[in-house]
Design a protein around this ligand. Structure first.
Ligand code: NDP
Ligand code: HSE
Length: 438
């Protein structure tokens, strides 16, 4: 049978990795797919740049439009990133009757509803396994492996760059900016690394996970997003002292009145497997009503790991080329006419526990005032740590762990605590999740 012809948009970290994996494992991949897969054309901005892959036998162009309109090409693989040009190219590929594989989470989170509708109308596939958690087949696991479950919640470390930064800060005391620069050099970071450190990339991924878990449309604008740029080594050390680790989590959970979709730094007990996922590794813990908790772990970024997911999508597409479009696995796990809007809770209505750190005047009564404010709102304290004053300092760090409470109540309590005369400056608040089965 003739090889399936592939057009690549982008020859950077993931594009180069994809060419390498297809080349290295070509024979096995074609035994799995039933056809050989051949990259016939690829686009990049600057064709004079050196590449991590060989481009021998691939027609190169600076005009991505030529790839999506090339009549010889069966599958277009979009690996340029961004949402403007990428959207234009993907919609154009679909309109030209080509199947699409993409690693672009921003594109799917922001424009997936439109893209999937166009693909369904044209009878082509859009596959996006590489968009979430790099090499971990998490989309396939939730969409197919857990199809018998009602997904209760999932929580994941879904940004490799952020996890790499937090790990290096904790283990080696390294500086935030220095570790970020290394992540960029290693090809882990987004073109704009604020997407990694401010949680936007994780929110793109959580948008996708939330939709395939709960059968709802993609709604990126409803996700609560907080990054890791304000995490200090002080908080990392206090977490250790209290038996926790700080991880940047994406959490999707069914709750009374809707679902929670939130990305933020989180204290998790150090005995949890997720707490021990370090470096560029990602992991997603999924709680299904039938399977119970299942955990998926692997490299969250990098050329080969991401290429693994891109190539798996290519194999899936090739295997179903001749199948009836109605028989394909739906993009968002649920049949398109069964996707329904579910309210996403405002952050004020989310219930969680908290770590609070503040600078308290070193005199009797301040802790009692703080405890009184919390008590008035029914917020019970699980642990208190008050440090001895350092020479010459009139304020000492006061650290509290609380039980679960509605975030709105906690916001009010923090405002009142910050107004106390005995408290200096702002209260640092980090949410705490125990990640037990319920
Ligand atoms: P890179 O920046 O390494 O590569 C992007 C490639 O696209 C480059 O070859 C670049 O050309 C080309 N390109 C960029 N803009 C255009 C354009 N307007 N027209 C034509 N070509 C263009 O990015 P990555 O490979 O890291 O990321 C690609 C996608 O994969 C992104 O959506 C990213 O979010 C996603 N992703 C990345 C992962 C990673 O570990 N890096 C992991 C999972 C997903 P040139 O080389 O000439 O500049
Ligand atoms: N910048 C992303 C990360 C790439 O670090 O996780 C993988 O999606």
């Amino acid at each position: 049978m003739k090889p399936v012809k592939i057009g690549l948009l982008g020859l950077g970290t993931v594009g180069g990795g994809t060419v390498n994996v297809l080349e290295r494992n070509g024979a096995e991949i074609s035994r799995r797919a039933g056809r050989a897969l051949k990259v016939v054309q690829a686009s990049a901005r600057d064709l004079t740049k050196s590449r991590i892959c060989s481009t021998e036998g691939i027609a190169l162009t600076e005009r991505s439009e030529d790839v999506v309109s090339n009549p010889d090409i069966d599958i277009v693989v979009e690996l340029i990133g961004g949402t403007d040009k990428a959207l234009e190219l993907v919609l154009s590929a679909i309109a030209n009757g080509k199947h699409v594989v993409t690693a672009n989470k921003a594109l799917i989170a922001l424009h997936g509803n439109e893209i999937f509708a166009a693909a369904q109308e044209r009878g082509v596939m859009v596959a996006f396994e590489a968009a979430v958690a790099g090499g971990i087949p998490i989309i396939k696991a939730i969409r197919e492996g857990l199809a018998g479950n009602r997904i209760e919640w999932l929580a994941g470390i879904i940004n490799g760059t952020g996890n790499f930064i937090l790990t290096e800060m904790r283990d080696k005391g390294r500086d935030f900016a220095d570790v970020l620069a290394e992540a960029q050099k290693l090809g882990y970071a987004e073109a704009d690394p604020t997407f990694d450190v401010e949680g936007i990339d994780a929110a793109h991924k959580l948008t996708i996970l939330g939709s395939i878990a709960f059968g709802k449309p993609l709604r990126f604008d409803k996700v609560y997003v907080e990054g890791i740029s304000k995490i200090t080594s002080e908080d990392i050390d206090y977490a250790e002292e209290l038996g926790y680790r700080i991880k940047h989590l994406g959490i999707a959970r069914r709750a009374n009145g809707g679902v929670e979709l939130r990305v933020h730094p989180t204290f998790i007990p150090e005995r949890r497997l997720l707490a021990n996922v370090d470096g560029v590794m990602n992991a997603v813990l999924v709680q299904g009503d039938a399977a119970g908790p299942t955990l998926y772990y692997g490299a969250g970024a990098g050329a080969d790991a991401t290429a693994s997911a891109v190539v798996a999508d290519l194999v899936d597409v090739v295997r179903t080329l001749a199948a009836d479009p109605e028989a394909r696995v739906p993009h968002l796990a649920f049949q398109p006419d069964a996707i329904s809007e579910v309210p996403v809770l405002a952050m004020e209505d989310v219930e969680t526990a908290y770590y609070l750190r503040m600078a308290a005047a070193d005199r009797p009564g301040v802790l009692a005032e703080v405890a009184h404010i919390l008590g008035e709102r029914g917020i019970s304290i699980e642990a208190v740590v008050q440090k001895a004053p350092e020479a010459g300092m009139d304020h000492v760090p006061l650290i509290l762990l609380t039980h679960r409470v509605r975030e709105g109540e906690m916001n009010e309590a923090i405002n009142r605590i910050e107004a106390l005369e005995g408290i200096q400056g702002a209260v640092t608040r980090i949410r705490v999740e125990h990640l037990d089965a319920n």
